[in-house]
Design a protein around this ligand. Structure first.
Ligand code: GLY
Length: 369
């Protein structure tokens, strides 16, 4: 039997082994009503001062639309890009808040993709031990993943998200119209997480993705709502990732290894979602090797990924070095690589021990199929 849980979130059916459900935080507001709802929230619960953090892209493409719903505020625009997700940028934000005498009743609105929402959330959580924070994610990746679940932080000395805290913003407002400002590759990057959510928790949602043309989706609102609901329900059961939240790492053991390896090769960096999409295929292959996924299901995963993503470019003689990156994954325990796999489409299983050799085999299968 599948359990239906909603408690304020759109209903999602999850397998009973991941229970009991815990109280959920406020669900994000998703759709054209998001920015008016943000304005209403600010009217009902006005902050002492209002601050908006954007990056160079969102300040240009999204801020004018947001600003129309905001009372008087200060804007800080940081440089765009993962390379600026650093403590140096945090210092810039903390300095700006200090200069403007922000107190703990001030509110920081983070307008951007994962870099802005992660970094801004971290700055808000730590400034004077915490000021109010609201997320307004503007990319598909941030809407379905980064801005949901309270992970905040920055990269440090080459390690992604190495410094950070779990801290939910007080609310999240998602305007899908912002997605029209994104390059196609950026949209696809977020789509990998949509596929992942369906694969780990919702076979019917995965069936809906078969035949979907990412570039031609007229309105992302229902897809975002459903994907966010899946993630929200999982996070609510395990906010600090000691159990079921690890399901969300499906595709990321191999995906992170590919992303890190290619980032270290000049001119070969790929988007997070491109690497995760390849990771979804590799880790589905591992599940199939263990008899957890049927050959037909593996083919379906390959087809849904191939409909949106070009094959990732790496060569047979790089596989050893790529797989070695999986040893450094945050999810591992000692020398054992802990991976999330699938037990059929729609049912993730976490804490599955895999070896570096398994990961190498999955990368080899990816190249040959
Ligand atoms: N992106 C995975 C998580 O939030 O747990």
């Amino acid at each position: 039997m599948l359990w239906r849980i909603s408690m304020g979130w759109p209903a999602v059916y999850l397998h009973p082994r991941y229970f009991p459900a815990l109280p959920l935080s406020t669900p994000p507001i998703i759709g054209p009503e998001a920015l008016p709802a943000l304005a209403e929230r600010l009217r009902i619960a006005p902050p002492s001062r209002l601050f908006v953090l954007a990056d160079a892209n969102t300040a240009r493409d999204c801020y004018p639309r947001l600003a129309a719903y905001l009372p008087a505020h200060e804007l800080l625009t940081i440089a765009a890009g993962e390379e600026h997700k650093t403590l140096a940028t945090c210092t810039e934000v903390w300095h700006w808040l200090t200069q403007h005498e922000a107190d703990r009743h001030a509110l920081l609105v983070c307008l951007g993709g994962g870099v802005v929402t992660d970094l801004g959330g971290f700055c808000a959580a730590t400034y004077k031990r915490g000021l109010r924070c609201i997320g307004v994610p503007t990319t598909l990746l941030a809407q379905v993943d980064a801005a949901v679940g309270g992970k905040t932080g920055v990269d440090f000395q080459g390690f992604k998200n190495h410094i950070g805290v779990f801290q939910e913003p007080e609310a999240v407002f998602m305007e899908p119209a912002f997605l029209s400002t994104l390059p196609a590759g950026e949209l696809r990057s977020g789509y990998a997480e949509v596929i992942k959510h369906a694969l780990i928790a919702d076979a019917a949602a995965f069936a809906d993705l078969r035949g979907l043309a990412v570039a031609a989706v007229p309105d992302w609102t229902p897809i975002i709502r459903h994907s966010v609901a899946i993630k929200g329900q999982i996070v609510a059961q395990d906010p600090h990732e000691s159990g079921p939240r690890k399901l969300l790492n499906f595709g990321h053991t191999v995906g992170h290894a590919l992303e890190s390896y290619l980032l270290a090769q000049p001119g070969r960096a790929v988007r997070h979602g491109e690497a995760v999409a390849a990771g979804l295929v590799c880790e589905s292959w591992l599940a199939a090797q263990r008899g957890l996924l049927s050959a037909a299901e593996l083919t379906q995963v390959r087809e849904v990924v191939a409909a949106a993503f070009e094959p990732l470019g790496f060569a047979e003689n790089e596989i050893g070095e790529i797989a070695a990156y999986a040893r450094h994954d945050k999810k591992n325990q000692g020398d054992v690589i802990k991976c999330t796999l699938l037990q059929g489409i729609g049912h993730g299983i976490f804490d599955q021990a895999v070896t570096v050799a398994d990961i190498e085999d999955s990368l080899r299968a990816y190249l040959t199929k």
